[in-house]
Design a binder for this molecule. Structure first.
Ligand SMILES: Nc1nc2c(c(=O)[nH]1)N[C@H]1C(S)=C(S)[C@@H](COP(=O)(O)OP(=O)(O)OC[C@H]3O[C@@H](n4cnc5c(=O)[nH]c(N)nc54)[C@H](O)[C@@H]3O)O[C@H]1N2
Ligand SMILES: Nc1nc2c(c(=O)[nH]1)N[C@H]1C(S)=C(S)[C@@H](COP(=O)(O)OP(=O)(O)OC[C@H]3O[C@@H](n4cnc5c(=O)[nH]c(N)nc54)[C@H](O)[C@@H]3O)O[C@H]1N2
Ligand SMILES: [Mo]
Length: 758
C-alpha cells in the first residue's frame, strides 16, 4: 500500500457467484465422497416432493422454471450432510475428549456424520456407545429428579422441523418450564422485538413476488452473496428491470457490487455480470441509527420545501400514530452528531434520501449487521419509521424483510420455541392438550449461560446447534456447560459443544433433512416455514447415514416417554408413528394459522401463513402502525480502540466450517484474519500481512479478553472499524454485552485494540 490514507480496495474476484461458485460447489460434491449420492440429493433439493434446502431461510421461487433452485452454499450444506465419512464408536475409542478439544471447528466438522448414541465416561475421558433405551432413561430419570422444572434448559437451533419443534416445546412446557432459549436470541430477536411493537407482527411483511414490483430495495447490514445467495437472483432481476439497490454496509461486499447467476455461468465470460448496488454507503459499524436519522431528516426538509409531495399524509393519518413526536425528534437532529456517528456526510445522506423519495415501492432488507448491536431495536424501528413515512408497508412491492438465517428458524418460533411465549399460543396449547402451561418467562440464551454458571440450571438439552461455539464468552460458557449434571446434544455432526460435557453427557445422533424418515405408519414428511411465512413439506430420500439414527421427532418422543412414564396425558407414541397427528395438534393449538394444514401442503410451493401488517391490520397496543422516536446514541470508543464486527466467511455455515477460504473477500487457506483500514494499520506501525493479537475491552464488565494468532488484512472498511470471523472471535464478547431490550449478544460491536503478535 503506497498511500495509507487511501482505502485499499481488496483484490476480490468479481462478479460474485458465476463460474467460481460452480467450481467451488463441485469441489465439495467430490470432496465429501459418495458422489452419486450427493448428486442425486442435489436433484431433490427444493423440489415439490423433495426436501427443503438445509441452508438459509430464503424462500423458493414459485416460477416453475426456477423450482429446484439452490446455490453454492446450499450445495455445501447438502454435501456436508450427505458425506460418506462417519464418526463411529471406534472414532471415540481412539480419541479422548481432551484431545478432541485441541482440534479446530473445521477438523471436527470434517470427520463426518455421527452414527451411534454415545455417553461420556469421565473416568476414561471417552464417549462410549449407549443404547437408545438407556440414553432416554438417563435423560428422563435426571429430569424427574430435579427439584424444579426450571433447572432444565431446552435449547433449539433453527434447522429443527415444525413437527420436532412443536413436540419439543410441548415436552418442555408439560414438564413445567419456559426455558426455551434458541438461536433466534442471537439472531433476529431484535427484529421480532422491534416489529412486534411497531407493526404488530414480528415477521417480515413481504413475499417473494413483491421483489418483482419494488423499484428500490434497501440492503442494510446483510451480505446476501455469502449468506443468502438465492436472494442475489431477485436483486439481479430487479436491477435488470431498472430498480435501484441501495446498500448500507461498512465493508464493500463483492457480492453486493456485482453478480452473475450461478445457473448461467457462461454469462460470466460474455459480460461482467450485473452491477448490483446502485448506491453503496460505507456506514460506520454501529452507525446506522445515525444514518437513518439523517435520511429521515432530509425527507422532512424536502416535505417542508414541497409540501404534500414527499410524505404520505393520507397513510400517516389513517394508519399510524406517533408521527409528530417522531418528526420533532428527527427535526431536532444535530448534523455534526449525525455525520460523526454515521461516518457519512450530510450530502451523502441527502442523496440517499432523494433516492428513497423517488422510490414508489420500497422494500427494506436487513440481517445481522443491524440486529447484533446495542441499539439494534431502535435502529430497526428507524428503518420502519423511514418506510412508514411514505406508506411503504402493506402494499405490493413494499415492506419489511428481515432476512432470516437458519432454514426453519422462523417456523420454530411459530411452533412456540420461545422463552417469552405469547398468551395466544399458551391458550391454544391449553385448549389442545388440557394442561396449564407455565406462564412466566424462561431463560433466553444469555440467561441460560448465567443459570448454568451459577448452578441454578443443571440440565442442558440442545436440539441441534452448537451452543458452546455460537454463544459469546467462549471460555466462560464452556465452563458453565461443564458444570451441568447432564448435557444432551441432538446432533448430526461432531462439534465443540460435545467436548464440554457435563458430569454426565449424551450425544444423540439424528437424521438429517436429506434422509428418509420411516416410522410405524410408513414414510414421514416434515414441514418448515421460510423467511416470508411460506410453509411447505420436506421429505428426504437418502438412506440414513447409520441404522442407529432416530428422527428428531422420535428423539423428543423417546425423552418424553422416559420423563413421563404415564405419558402425562399425551400420546407420544402416536405422534412418533404418524407426523400428521402432530400437525393436527399444531392446528388445534393455532387454528387461525394452520386450519386445513394437511390439505394445504398439497399446493406446490406450500401455503402462506398470512401477515396482518401486510393487510394493514395493526395488532399493536394502539391498533395503529407506530412511529417510534429514537435519539442517536454516541458510540465513540476510547482512543486507539476499533469496533470489531464478527462476520461469516463464504466457506462456513455458522459454526460449521466447511473450508478455510473466503473467495469473495480474497482470503485463502486461513480464517485467522482481521480486516482493517490500511491507515489504521499504519498508525500502529503495522501493515497488511502482519501477525496481530486482539484484546477486547467490554464496557459492561471492564475485563480484557484476548485472542491470538491473527493476520492483518488491509481492506476497504471505514477507519476505526474492523472485521473478523465468528466463531473464532466469540471469546472476545462478554456474556454481559447484549442489545437493549432484545438481549442479543453484541457480536457486531466489540471494542478491541490490536497489537503486533508473535
Ligand atoms: N453460507 C452461509 N449462509 C448463511 C449462514 C452462514 O454462516 N453461511 N448463516 C445463516 C444465519 S443463521 C444467518 S443469521 C444469516 C446471516 O446473514 P448476514 O447477516 O448477512 O451475516 P453476517 O456475516 O453476520 O453479515 C453481516 C453483514 O453486516 C455487515 N455489518 C456488520 N456491522 C454492521 C453495521 O453496524 N451496519 C451495517 N449497515 N452493516 C454491518 C457486515 O459487513 C456483513 O456484510 O445467514 C444465514 N445463511
Ligand atoms: N460472534 C458471533 N456469534 C454469533 C453470530 C455472529 O454473527 N457472530 N451469529 C449468531 C447467529 S445469527 C446464530 S443463528 C447462532 C447459530 O447458533 P447454532 O444454531 O447453535 O449453531 P450452528 O453452527 O448453526 O449449529 C451447527 C450444529 O448443528 C447440528 N446440526 C446440523 N444439522 C442438523 C439437523 O438437521 N438436526 C440436528 N439436530 N442438528 C443438526 C450439527 O451438529 C452442527 O454442528 O450463532 C450466533 N453466534
Ligand atoms: Mo442466525
Amino acid at each position: 500500500m503506497s498511500d495509507p490514507s487511501q482505502p485499499n480496495p481488496p483484490p476480490y474476484p468479481s462478479p460474485a457467484a458465476g463460474l467460481g461458485a460452480l467450481v467451488s460447489s463441485l469441489k465439495h460434491v467430490v470432496q465429501n465422497r459418495g458422489v452419486v449420492r450427493n448428486l442425486r440429493s442435489l436433484l431433490r433439493v427444493n423440489q415439490p416432493d423433495g426436501f427443503d434446502c438445509p441452508g438459509c431461510a430464503w424462500p423458493e421461487p414459485k416460477d416453475p422454471s426456477r423450482v429446484g433452485e439452490y446455490c453454492e452454499n446450499g450445495v455445501k450444506a447438502v454435501t456436508f450432510e450427505t458425506t460418506a465419512k462417519r464418526v463411529t464408536p471406534e472414532f471415540f475409542a481412539r480419541h479422548t475428549v481432551g484431545w478432541l478439544r485441541g482440534q479446530t471447528h473445521h477438523w471436527l466438522e470434517n470427520q463426518g456424520r455421527l452414527t451411534h448414541p454415545m455417553r461420556y465416561n469421565p473416568a476414561t475421558d471417552h464417549y462410549e456407545p449407549v443404547t437408545w433405551a438407556d440414553a432416554f432413561a438417563l435423560v428422563g430419570g435426571t429430569l424427574r429428579g430435579l427439584d424444579s422444572p426450571d433447572r432444565a434448559l431446552f435449547y433449539t437451533s433453527g434447522r429443527t422441523s415444525n413437527e420436532a419443534a412443536f413436540l419439543y416445546q410441548l415436552l418442555a412446557r408439560r414438564f413445567g418450564t419456559n426455558n426455551l432459549p434458541d438461536c433466534s436470541n442471537m439472531c433476529h430477536e431484535s427484529s421480532g422485538t422491534a416489529l412486534g411493537e411497531q407493526l404488530g407482527v414480528g415477521k417480515g411483511t413481504v413475499t417473494l413476488e413483491d421483489f418483482d414490483h419494488a423499484d428500490l430495495i434497501l440492503v442494510i447490514g446483510q451480505n446476501p452473496g455469502t449468506n443468502h445467495p438465492r436472494m442475489l437472483a431477485e436483486l439481479q432481476k430487479a436491477a435488470e428491470r431498472g430498480a435501484k439497490i441501495m446498500t448500507l454496509n461498512p465493508l464493500r461486499e463483492p457480492g453486493l457490487v456485482s453478480f452473475v447467476h450461478p445457473k448461467h455461468p457462461v454469462r460470466t465470460l460474455l459480460n461482467r455480470g450485473t452491477s448490483l448496488s446502485t448506491h453503496y454507503y460505507q456506514v460506520l459499524v454501529g452507525g446506522d441509527l445515525a444514518a437513518l436519522t439523517g435520511i429521515c431528516a432530509h425527507l422532512l426538509y424536502a416535505e417542508a420545501a414541497d409540501p404534500g409531495k414527499v410524505i404520505d399524509h393520507d397513510f400517516i393519518r389513517h394508519h399510524t400514530d406517533g408521527f409528530e413526536a417522531f418528526a420533532a425528534q428527527v427535526n431536532a437532529a444535530d448534523w455534526p452528531t449525525i455525520e460523526r456517528e454515521s461516518g457519512l456526510t450530510r450530502d451523502q445522506l441527502r442523496e440517499a434520501a432523494e433516492v428513497y423519495r423517488q422510490g414508489k415501492k420500497v422494500i427494506a432488507c436487513w440481517a445481522m449487521g443491524l440486529t447484533q448491536h446495542k441499539h439494534a431495536v431502535a435502529t430497526i424501528q428507524m428503518v420502519v419509521n423511514l418506510l412508514l413515512m411514505r406508506g411503504n408497508v402493506g402494499r405490493e412491492g413494499a415492506g419489511v424483510c428481515p432476512v432470516r438465517g437458519h432454514s426453519n428458524v422462523q417456523g420454530d418460533r411459530t411452533m412456540g420455541i420461545n422463552e417469552k411465549p405469547p398468551a395466544v399460543f399458551l391458550d391454544g396449547l391449553q385448549r389442545a392438550f388440557g394442561f396449564d402451561p407455565p406462564r412466566g418467562h424462561g431463560h433466553d440464551t444469555v440467561g441460560a449461560i448465567n443459570a448454568m454458571a451459577d448452578g441454578s440450571a443443571t440440565v442442558f438439552i440442545g436440539m441441534g446447534g452448537n451452543f458452546a461455539a455460537a454463544t459469546p464468552d467462549t471460555e466462560f460458557t464452556e465452563e458453565a456447560l461443564r458444570k451441568c449434571a447432564l448435557t444432551v446434544h441432538v446432533s448430526t455432526k461432531l462439534n465443540r459443544s460435545h467436548l464440554c460435557p457435563g458430569k454426565d453427557a449424551l450425544i444423540l445422533p439424528c437424521l438429517g433433512r436429506s434422509e428418509r424418515d420411516v416410522q410405524a405408519t410408513g414414510p414421514q414428511r416434515v414441514t418448515v416455514e421460510d423467511s416470508m411465512s411460506m410453509v411447505h413439506a420436506s421429505a428426504g430420500s437418502n438412506p440414513p447415514a447409520s441404522e442407529h439414527l432416530l428422527s428428531e421427532v422420535a428423539v423428543v418422543c423417546g425423552i418424553a416417554e422416559a420423563t413421563f412414564p404415564d405419558g402425562a396425558g399425551i400420546d407420544w407414541a402416536g405422534f412418533r408413528a404418524d407426523y400428521r397427528r402432530v400437525r393436527e395438534k399444531i392446528t388445534a393449538t393455532l387454528p387461525q394459522l394452520f386450519d386445513g394444514y394437511e390439505e394445504k401442503l398439497q399446493t406446490p410451493g406450500g401455503f402462506y401463513l398470512g401477515n396482518a401488517a401486510r393487510e394493514r391490520r395493526w395488532n399493536t397496543a394502539t391498533g395503529k402502525a407506530r412511529f417510534m422516536p429514537h435519539p442517536v446514541h454516541p458510540m465513540a470508543l476510547p482512543a486507539g480502540q476499533l469496533r470489531l464486527m464478527t462476520i461469516r466467511s463464504h466457506d462456513q455455515f455458522n459454526t460449521t466450517v466447511y473450508d478455510l477460504h473466503d473467495r469473495y473477500r480474497g482470503v485463502h487457506g486461513t480464517r485467522m484474519v482481521v480486516f482493517i483500514h490500511p491507515a489504521d494499520l499504519a498508525e500502529r506501525g503495522l501493515k497488511d500481512g502482519d501477525a496481530i493479537d486482539l484484546h477486547s475491552h467490554t464496557i459492561e464488565d471492564g475485563l480484557t479478553r484476548t485472542a491470538r494468532g491473527f493476520r492483518a488484512v488491509a481492506y476497504d472498511i471505514p477507519r476505526g472499524c474492523a472485521a473478523a470471523y465468528f466463531p473464532e472471535t466469540n471469546g472476545l464478547v462478554s456474556k454481559d454485552s447484549f442489545a437493549h431490550r432484545s438481549r442479543t449478544p453484541l457480536s457486531k460491536f466489540i471494542p478491541i485494540t490490536i497489537v503486533a503478535g508473535a
